[in-house]
Design a protein around this ligand. Structure first.
Ligand code: HDE
Length: 810
């Protein structure tokens, strides 16, 4: 839309030259127009211009366009602009210098991340001040009457400091309270204008700044990162047409189908209300009571019991928009779509025993991992893709695309890659950025629209609503992390903590006193809702019900389970066994297994045996006896192993054990090779500090066996050197270190005589089937470079599940 260029305000207002010829006439009788009185001249100018402008709008020309269906599809642009900034000015002397929304703003150009940069505080070289900017002479003592006397009420410095401290906390998010965030960018690979006019997808190479927050769902703000849980994957795109928040998860489906059940779901999974236990865990009575009464949750339960729920890193998990959305192009044509994020590093998870141990040793495991990756320049990266499909295709699917408990198999509708997401900057301040960021599913931009998914409808309301209590009022969008880079102009006013200082006296539309500004953008530039979404809805009236296909609760649960590799299936069964073994009411356990039986008899059978049930319960009655035949019965794309990524070792943490008397040369050769491959090698000794190296200068330990136990690492190197091996063997931490690495199916490199530690730790030297263990690599000849290469490749495979037994042998 062409923007009118307005004369600049400010100093120019005070010059005679800015006075239009009509000023004398309009100013008559109100001010004496003494040319020596520039203020009077200016006031007269203002009145004259105002009068002319109001007169130019004898009626609301757009009124007629507010009625009828077609007006709703293509609303017109609003009315005129003022002749100059003077007419809209609050005062005669105003100058609006902001480069974002001020007089100086250049039409069509969005400055960089002004909102954040303008408020970053750098205290280097600065003295302490109060919040009023008054220098503080003494920050050690409160003001007292005599050194041993009472403190004085007069001490405004003490009182300001304590009062601010008293109010440092804000309510945590009701769900997704625990999370971590980072800045980055989205880069478009190629224009996708045939399907969407959304700003980020308009041209190849276009960069859109983003802020991303990952989270768990059930735990409180200080809870552990490695709980078995869904992970939030929320992205705020600061597009040049406003903010777009894609608030998704690391799983493509959800537990429930209608927003009205969300408070029930969350009440069931959160710590039980009488004793606030358990924290960050679904393994308790109320969750499984609810879940087993809601058979539509079966598909999501499969995902939640899979290794997806215990990711190795935020950087190694997929992301999904979950709901069906719409893409809209410049011609107003629309298609349905699903959004996907796929990690370039591959999808990798923890194993349960490891996740439990990590939660004790490092509850910040994922937060630390994200921070470390970005600080060390190993930027997490994902490819962004869409599944695009038409309404006609959707109607023919065996499932309903408005049902958030269903996914669209990639084998049915392939994912088209549109660009990449890179996270390259940690926040400066956790609270100001990660805690105060406010994602809202209602934040969409022209080119993106909603589907009629009833779960999404509730979310469109919920997120904006929740920010009002969490961030204290309706102006949370003005917090720097939430402020769009695009300009904001509307007639919303006031409210707690208002930052913007709107100029002028007009705060309504239509107006003529502000020259009609800000005016409605019209369909050419503004957001227009796609009129037709689901044809079936048009012929129905108000109703509280669900579409018939929503009643198929099990077909896709079966699809997911059957598409997993045997090891993934075994993990799912073990997770059900663990969770249900924590349920104290036998009838809830039985009901859940009866429900599972509808998805997979084999799974139900394994779980029943694992729970010591005498017999497999009868299958739960189905809501829909004869579901439609699915288009796809096996979807390899649903297995974690399908997305192994580049199989590199970047950011993988490798422990190199050592003690006094270590043979340093071979150990440091491995260290060098790992670092060169992008891994993070760490020297671990019985205590931190210097360690005697029999072959050269002492080595400095990065951590101790006690403060960074084995399960925190992706791989292990056992050193050569008899004295060191004896010292390590005497420390039980070493044995735990080695056993955990082995049990969690990680790669172990054994240098020279360290072979002895393997047998001392009780590790079998072959796989259960007698084959060689590809994750157990022995290296005796330092000149043989092949062993290191094998080691790096083996780490790239992430795990050696061939080794795994249930129960574990080691
Ligand atoms: Fe959320 N959800 N949700 N959710 N959700 C929130 O918003 C809600 C749902 C998701 O990092 C809350 O700011 C309802 C699905 C993420 O800040 C709240 C329903 C998906 C985050 C809320 C859902 C999500 C939230 C809590 C059912 C995946 C964290 C604090 C209708 C597509 C965003 C807040 C962040 C957070 C409501 C279901 C993802 C209360 C009512 C499905 C990633 O507004």
């Amino acid at each position: 839309m062409p923007k009118k260029t307005l004369p600049k305000a400010g100093a120019a207002m005070f010059t005679k030259q800015s006075r239009p010829p009509s000023a004398n006439k309009s100013g008559k009788g109100i001010l004496s127009l003494d040319p020596a009185n520039p203020v009077a001249v200016l006031q007269a100018d203002k009145m004259a211009q105002t009068d002319a402008m109001v007169a130019a709008m004898p009626f609301n020309a757009n009124k007629a366009s507010e009625y009828g269906f077609n007006s709703g599809i293509a609303p017109p642009q609003g009315a005129v602009c003022p002749a100059s900034r003077l007419v809209g000015a609050s005062t005669l002397s105003e100058v609006v210098t902001s480069s974002k929304v001020g007089t100086q703003a250049t039409a069509g150009l969005n400055p960089g991340n002004v909102s954040l940069d303008a408020v970053r505080v750098d205290s280097a070289g600065q003295h302490l001040t109060t919040n009023q900017g008054v220098a503080i002479a003494d920050n050690q003592n409160s003001l007292k009457f005599g050194v041993r006397g009472p403190a004085l009420l007069e001490d405004f410095i003490l009182r300001e400091k304590i009062t601010h401290f008293d109010h440092e906390r804000i309510p945590e998010r009701i769900v997704h309270a625990r999370g971590s965030g980072a800045h980055g960018f989205f880069e478009c690979y190629a224009p996708f204008t045939q399907h969407t006019k959304a700003a980020p997808f308009q041209e190849a190479g276009k960069i859109t700044p983003v802020f991303v927050r990952f989270s768990t769902v059930a735990g409180e703000r200080g809870s552990k990162d490695t709980a078995r849980d869904v992970r939030g994957f929320a992205i705020k795109f600061y597009t040049d047409e406003g903010n777009w928040d894609l608030v998704g998860n690391n799983m493509p489906v959800f537990f429930i189908q209608d927003a009205i059940k969300f408070p029930d779901l969350i009440h069931a999974v959160k710590p039980e209300p009488h004793n606030q236990m358990p924290q960050a865990a679904s393994a308790h009575d109320t969750f499984w009571d609810f879940a087993s009464l809601m058979p539509e949750s079966t598909h999501m339960l499969m995902w939640q019991m899979s290794d997806r729920a215990i990711p190795r890193s935020y950087a190694t998990m997929q992301g999904f928009g979950v709901h069906s959305f719409k893409l809209v192009n410049a011609a107003g044509e629309s298609v349905f779509c699903k959004f996907h994020w796929s990690p370039k590093a591959g999808t990798h998870s923890l194993v349960w025993d490891e996740a439990v141990k990590i939660s004790g040793a490092d509850p910040d495991f994922h937060r630390r991992d994200l921070w470390d990756r970005i600080e060390s320049g190993v930027f997490p990266e994902w490819e962004f893709g869409v599944q695009v499909f038409t309404e006609e295709q959707a109607e023919a699917f065996s499932f309903d695309i408005l049902d958030a408990t269903k996914l669209i198999p990639e084998e049915l509708v392939p994912v088209q890659i549109l660009g990449r997401l890179v996270l390259n900057r940690n926040p400066d301040n956790f609270f100001a950025e990660t805690e105060q960021v406010a994602f809202c599913t209602a934040h969409v931009v022209p080119g993106i629209d909603f589907s009629n998914d009833p779960l999404l409808a509730g979310r469109i309301h919920s997120y904006l609503d929740t920010q009002i209590s969490r961030l204290g009022g309706p102006n949370f969008h003005e917090l720097p992390i939430n402020a769009p880079l695009a300009q904001v102009h509307n007639n919303q006013r006031d409210g707690i903590h208002r930052q913007a200082i709107p100029r002028g006296r007009v705060s309504y539309e239509p107006n003529s006193l502000g020259g009609g500004c800000p005016f409605q953008a019209g369909s050419a530039q503004g957001f227009v809702t796609v009129p037709a979404r689901q044809k079936a809805d048009d012929i129905q009236d108000k109703v509280r019900s669900k579409p018939e296909k929503f009643a198929d609760h099990f077909t896709q649960a079966t699809l997911f389970y059957n598409s997993q590799t045997p090891i993934e299936q075994a993990h799912i069964a073990a997770a059900f066994r663990f969770e249900l073994s924590k349920v104290t009411v036998p009838a809830i356990r039985e009901r859940t297994v009866a429900m599972l039986r509808n998805a997979s008899v084999a799974l139900a059978q394994t779980v029943a045996e694992g729970l010591g049930m005498p017999a497999l319960p009868d299958a739960m009655p189905r809501a829909l006896e004869k579901p439609e035949t699915p288009e796809v019965t096996l979807s390899p794309a649903l297995s974690l192993t399908f997305r192994h990524g580049d199989q590199g070792v970047r950011a993988r943490k490798v422990a190199l054990l050592m003690a006094n008397g270590v043979a340093g040369a071979s150990l440091m050769a491995v260290h060098g090779a790992l670092a060169a491959a992008g891994a993070v090698p760490k020297l671990i000794a019985p205590r931190i500090g210097s360690v005697k190296n029999v072959e050269g200068s002492p080595l400095i330990a990065d951590a101790s066996l006690e403060n960074e136990p084995g399960f925190l690492f992706d791989a292990l190197v056992l050193p050569d050197g008899q004295e060191a091996l004896t010292a390590l063997a005497e420390d039980a931490h070493t044995m735990e270190f080695i056993r955990d690495q082995y049990r969690h199916c990680k790669t172990i490199l054994v240098l020279g005589t360290a072979k002895a530690l393997i047998s001392q730790a009780g590790l079998p030297s072959t796989l259960p089937d007698g084959e060689a263990d590809p994750g157990l690599i022995f290296w005796s000849d330092i000149k043989d470079k092949k062993a290191i290469k094998n080691f790096v490749q083996a780490i790239g495979r992430h795990r050696h599940f061939e080794r795994e037994t249930d129960p574990p042998g080691v």
